[in-house]
Write a protein that binds this ligand. Structure first.
Ligand code: FES
Length: 158
């Protein structure tokens, strides 16, 4: 196998982990902590290090929702799916965001500048319906606010 700079770096990163030691999740988390996600090059490196099949490593990486296989977006938009937000019209907010941005939940724009995520109530229901832009609450959103905000986010993501 041709070693690249990336695979050599990942090899060093996971060198401490041993086969038969239940280290797979720890290795995946260490790689994600370093890069913000688990690059596809890491699957083979971890598989060889732990003497596991690459499909086994990939299956584990895709099973756990906290592990990402794509780079994190530059800007993260969380849509609250909680009950107070729903009662106050968050379904409309979601439809507008998905339509204007051209992506669905848990997707990034093609250039990875913006990602849309489904979130749970975080207790800031006074601002329902709301979204969080890089963790900052934006709400309560009227229908007009939502369209304006979605267009602004789209422009920023170009
Ligand atoms: S339901 Fe959305 S913040 Fe509580």
């Amino acid at each position: 196998m041709l070693e690249t700079e990336a695979t050599l770096e990942i090899q060093q990163l996971v060198a401490e982990f041993r086969p038969g030691n239940a280290d797979l999740l720890r290795a995946l988390h260490k790689v994600q902590h370093r890069y913000g996600y688990v690059p596809k090059e890491a699957m083979g490196v971890i598989a060889r290090q732990l003497r596991l099949g690459e499909a086994h490593v990939y299956g584990t990486a895709t099973f756990y929702s906290e592990l990402r296989l794509t780079p994190p977006p530059e800007k993260r938009v969380d849509w609250c799916s909680g009950p107070a937000c729903r009662l106050k019209g968050s379904t409309h907010v979601r439809k507008v965001l998905e339509s204007v941005l051209g992506i669905g939940m848990e997707e990034n724009t093609e250039n990875d500048k913006l990602g849309l995520h489904l979130a749970q109530c975080n207790g800031t229901c006074d601002f329902a319906p709301q979204i969080w832009v890089d963790g900052k609450v934006v709400g309560p959103l009227t229908a007009a606010d939502t369209v304006k905000l979605a267009r602004e986010l789209k422009d920023e993501a170009k």
